[in-house]
Design a protein around this ligand. Structure first.
Ligand SMILES: Nc1ncnc2c1ncn2[C@@H]1O[C@H](COP(=O)(O)OP(=O)(O)O)[C@@H](O)[C@H]1O
Ligand SMILES: [Mg+2]
Length: 231
């Protein structure tokens, strides 16, 4: 469904991605692991249409989206939950959710109901100013906002970052629920333990390249490999 090949991206003279290839199948849940600076966010931003790659193909259902403007990438069915959440702090929870709906597809009431079903906490706090909420609540809102565009593939960039372990578990329980409901997911994480426990397949990145890939259980069992690439 989502197929990335020979993807390269730069920041001026800095090469952040070199020949990256990966696949996410329909209803699949795939992880990309890597240490800080490996290029994970650049990969996600490139797929989501926020960073223009210098080379490579990004196919969604066979259609190349690599050169599309951002609004068309969203409409084609990709939604990024960015690193650091980036909720619009002065707006309420519900204003954040409604704002993002206009970029995407589907009926607003149905989409809102789906988000509030998944995160009852957001429904309780729907009139709350987003910037005053906890990190975990803001992460839920960031995921909810992406879901308001009815994405074919949901891109999650380090949803565990900066959250206490109990909150990470809550956020990942919701991600697993989404996956069970049939949502295709590409998840980027530095926290290999939690990513490998929920995903089916994983890729490992180092210095802008994919250096290992395989079934999540197989990578999980390979402590030496994870130690070599993730620390
Ligand atoms: N806006 C930017 N300008 C210049 N270099 C950047 C920028 N963003 C990231 N980089 C560099 O690109 C590389 C990959 O970064 P990034 O994709 O953020 O990695 P990760 O998400 O795995 O931590 C790093 O060397 C980083 O310093
Ligand atoms: Mg990152």
């Amino acid at each position: 469904m989502l197929s990335v090949s020979a993807l390269s991206a730069s920041y001026g003279a800095i090469r952040a991605l070199s020949g990256v290839a990966l696949e996410v199948t329909e209803r699949g849940m795939v992880a990309v692991l890597g240490a800080n600076g490996a290029g994970k966010s650049t990969l996600m931003r490139s797929i989501a249409g926020l960073h223009r790659p210098v080379d490579g193909r990004i196919l969604l259902d066979g259609r190349d989206i690599a050169s599309m403007p951002l609004h068309r990438v969203v409409r084609a069915g990709l939604a990024l939950v960015p690193e650091g959440r980036m909720v619009v702090a002065p707006l309420t929870v519900e204003e954040n959710l409604r704002l993002s709906r206009y970029a995407g597809r589907g009926q607003e009431a149905d989409l809102l109901a789906r988000v509030y079903d998944l995160f009852p906490r957001l429904k309780e706090r729907r009139r709350q100013v987003s910037g005053l909420m906890s990190g975990g609540e803001q992460q839920m809102l960031a995921i909810g906002r992406a879901l308001m565009t009815a994405p074919r593939v949901l891109l999650l960039d380090e949803p565990s970052m900066g959250l206490a372990p109990a909150i990470v578990d809550q956020v990942f329980a919701a991600i697993v629920t989404l996956h069970r409901q049939g949502q295709s997911i590409l998840l980027v994480e530095q926290n290999a333990e939690i990513a490998l426990s929920v995903c089916e397949h994983a890729y490992v990145m180092k210095r802008g390249e994919i250096v290992a890939a395989g079934p999540a259980a197989q990578l999980h069992a390979d402590a030496a490999l994870l130690e070599a690439y993730l620390s």
